[in-house]
Design a protein around this ligand. Structure first.
Ligand code: NDP
Length: 315
């Protein structure tokens, strides 16, 4: 990584702004570590593209995801964290202090780094899906469902996210065609029951998506029943993808130990990574729980780990 002209040194640099990053910022600021947090391309993270959050303790009536993230940010700012727009574009952990390039134009050096870059939606990888992305193809029903009021929608996936989004779409769209690749869903029983009881959600089992059809906008989806080998096209106006997530760890490839899916490895019971003074929290290192509350908890752990590390180093 080349040294940029504009340079700044910080004690604790936090990369990412979901529940993990903001919680790390709250704790690090209260410990007087003067953290600087860069928010990344989606300030607030994945919760900004959800609706109601009912399972975060402390909100007995539930809360909208985007509103909750505004609260997290306000709290971190009130504690003294320096929250900034900007994307980490490269890192150099080969010597201390570590270097992080921001927006390809500025280099920050840091005594310790907390990575909280989260995860992003996965895509099927079909050329037609890519071509019609933004023209009826979306990975966020909650963001884009609104545009298809009274229209036909398809959703691919069978986990809790797909079930939740199918239910959301069923209240907006005339019909929801849910494409499930196996003979069963992965979603929790309660979510499956809700989906199966909703009269305008049609579930297609053993179904593979071959192509999203349409020139400039989505007009249909060509599917294959992998049991009967029957192929058909369902006329639709919107195609939603809800097949899980992948960690946002690309810039750390080759710099930190990761598993085969790109999740950053942390030492069990801690947020320590394979590089001393670099900590990881939230969804970028968690493929098991992936909840706002567990991300926040691990953000707290990362700040405490960073604090202990810095004080042992005499910083
Ligand atoms: P999951 O990984 O749980 O599910 C992904 C789904 O997509 C699976 O059904 C999978 O099929 C399917 N899939 C994957 N790749 C393809 C493909 N190429 N073609 C077709 N289908 C595909 O992801 P989710 O985002 O649903 O959930 C992530 C985690 O978050 C889970 O732990 C979940 O419980 C949790 N969650 C909890 C919620 C809540 O508590 N309210 C709400 C939303 C999520 P297959 O089953 O065949 O592998």
């Amino acid at each position: 990584m080349e040294n940029k002209t504009s340079q700044e040194h910080v004690h604790v640099l936090i990369i990412g702004s979901g529940p993990a990053g903001y919680t790390a910022a709250i704790y690090a600021a209260r410990a007087n570590l003067k953290p600087v947090l860069y928010q990344g391309i989606q300030p607030g993270g994945q919760l900004t593209i959800t609706t109601e959050v009912e399972n975060y303790p402390g909100y007995p009536e539930g809360i909208q995801g985007p509103e909750m993230m505004v609260d997290f940010e306000k709290q971190a700012t009130r504690m003294g964290a320096d929250i900034r727009y900007g994307l980490a574009t490269a890192v150099d952990f080969s010597s201390q202090p570590y270097k992080v390039e921001i927006d390809e134009e500025k280099t920050i050096t840091a005594d310790s780094i907390i990575i909280a870059t989260g995860a992003s939606a996965k895509w099927l990888g079909l050329p037609s899906e890519q071509r019609l992305n933004g023209s009826g193809v979306s990975a966020c029903a909650v963001c884009d469902g609104f545009f298809f009021r009274g229209k036909e929608a398809a959703i691919v996936g069978a986990g809790d996210t797909a079930a939740e989004e199918a239910l959301y779409l069923s209240k907006i769209c005339s019909n929801v065609h849910m494409l499930v690749r196996r003979h069963e869903m992965r979603a929790s029983k309660v979510m499956q029951d809700r989906v199966l009881k909703t009269s305008n959600i049609m579930v297609y089992w053993n179904t593979e998506t071959l192509e999203v059809t349409g020139e400039n906008k989505v007009e249909g989806v060509r599917i294959l029943n992998t049991q009967t080998k029957e192929e058909k096209t369902i006329p639709i106006n919107a195609f939603f993808v809800a097949i899980g997530h992948q960690p946002n760890s690309g810039i750390f490839a080759g710099k930190l130990e990761m598993d085969d899916q790109g999740y950053i490895k942390t030492i069990p019971g801690s947020t320590r990574t394979s590089v001393e003074g670099v900590f990881a929290c939230g969804d970028v290192q968690d493929k098991t729980y992936r909840q706002a509350v567990t991300a926040a908890g691990s953000g707290c752990m990362a700040a405490l780990d960073a604090e202990r590390y810095l004080s042992a180093k005499g910083h």
